[in-house]
Design a protein around this ligand. Structure first.
Ligand code: NIG
Ligand code: FE
Length: 416
């Protein structure tokens, strides 16, 4: 028989159930279970309720008794990262803060291309190790699922190397890694041809290899005047759609066009959106595309935040992700960034927490996590406080003291 565990008592559990996928939220919509317990059966949640009731109901459970006050939230889902990379771009960050822009640095061969060069010179094994190390760092901040993009390989073999590294990293961390192919991150500087030819070659040669190797079912593209235009990306996404891939887009970061393409292709998410105007906000709100704000990129580049308030008020679904990467978003702390976005964009606790739990899970089409309920994965974090509002109030400085992943205590601050 599988082992049954009962954890508690928690001062508060916020299961994040019964909250809509789209639109603005009020904190009164959050269900709070006081003096609660969680019963785990193997990797999944068996029951949630009052600790006392559960103690009576599950007499044979092994009790994991908590001392002091704890608030429990679902494990966070970071739905957009680039944590598979080699090297550092600290020098570029210093250059940006001394006045050079991200696009100016890219034009002279820095930026993404710098990381491509360093990633190509690194073995699959080393990339896997680096990725797992970063994932384990995210775990300590309550993140139990991380989407990880390729996009620093930019040739068939180098993109495959990255995706195999991400797969291997998944065996070196308790965190679930969800891979995405971002071969359309930029036109490689060493590619002897035009954008159309590069994208045609990638879709013809790389897409079948992704299916064959079961490497990913997600295709992303960076749509931007300086990278790939909507017209260039359309045949690429059409091919991806035909082969059954899900689509996600780096959209409206500096110029618009990406979110419109995302809506046209019924993408799962449109991410960035710092440059979105009323037109794009309306388009997204009237679609099933989930908007993903990336405050880490706004902080890393020192530029505007995604218009999260306006997106929510228009009726869009909003997830929040870290975009952790060596260039535009080097911090990689989802909770801190989500709290900061909340302060600047005037988001409720409910909106911020939804953005890093079930709305983020929906942005990855994951139906077994993001809320705490029977049958879902036992992925949750414990914060040492008696009031959930303290978590965002501390703006990321109140870190979890324990993180449970798939029913296992994967991080315990007291034992770290
Ligand atoms: O999401 N915008 C494009 N791609 C990444 C940045 C990657 C990099 O700078 O290395 C982003 O911000
Ligand atoms: Fe990104």
């Amino acid at each position: 028989m599988k082992e049954i565990k009962l954890i508690g008592p928690f001062k508060q559990v916020l299961p994040m159930t019964g909250v809509p996928l789209k639109g603005a939220l009020y904190d009164e919509q959050l269900l709070i279970i006081n003096d609660a317990g969680i019963v785990i059966n193997d990797t999944k949640i068996e029951a949630i309720g009052t600790f006392k009731d559960l103690v009576n109901q599950y007499k044979n459970a092994e009790i994991y008794e908590l001392k002091g006050n704890h608030v429990c939230l679902p494990g966070f889902v970071d739905a957009h990262t680039h944590i598979c990379f080699a090297g550092s771009r600290a020098n570029e960050y210093a250059m940006r803060n001394a006045g050079k822009s991200y696009l100016e640095i890219a034009e002279v061969g820095g930026g993404i291309w710098d990381t491509v060069t360093q990633t190509r010179n690194t073995s699959k094994e080393d990339l896997a190790r680096g990725t797992a190390k970063r994932a384990n760092r995210h775990l300590k901040t309550g993140v139990t699922t991380i989407e990880v993009k390729s996009g620093y390989g930019l040739s068939v073999e180098e993109e495959l190397k990255m995706l195999y590294a991400i797969k291997e990293a998944g065996n070196q961390t308790p965190v679930d890694l969800i891979p995405t192919c971002l071969a359309a991150h930029m036109l490689p500087r060493d590619y002897n041809g035009n954008a159309e030819a590069y994208l045609a070659e990638m879709s013809a040669s790389l897409f079948p290899r992704l299916i064959e190797g079961k490497l990913t079912n997600r295709i992303d593209a960076f749509i931007e005047q300086s990278t790939f235009t909507p017209e260039q990306i359309k045949p690429y996404f059409k091919k991806a759609n035909e082969l059954g891939f899900d689509i996600t887009v780096h959209a409206d970061q500096f110029s618009t066009g990406g979110s419109e393409t995302a809506v046209d292709f019924d993408a799962i998410s449109a991410d960035h959106l710092e440059a979105s105007t009323a037109k794009e906000i309306k388009l997204l709100a009237n679609s099933n595309v989930i908007a993903i704000a990336l405050p880490g990129a706004s902080l890393g580049l020192g530029c505007a935040y995604t218009p999260a308030r306006n997106l929510l008020d228009a009726g869009a679904s909003l997830a929040i992700a870290s975009d952790h990467n060596p260039g535009s978003a080097p911090m990689g702390d989802l909770l801190t960034q989500a709290a900061i976005l909340g302060a600047f964009e005037k988001l409720t606790n409910a909106e911020v927490l939804a953005g890093i739990t079930f709305r983020a899970a929906a942005a990855l089409k994951l139906k077994d996590r993001g809320v705490l309920k029977t049958g879902h994965l036992a992925d949750f974090s414990l914060f040492h406080t008696d009031n959930y509002q303290e978590i965002l109030y501390n703006q990321g400085n109140l870190k979890p003291c324990m993180v449970w992943k798939n029913g296992i205590l994967a991080y315990n601050k007291h034992k770290a």
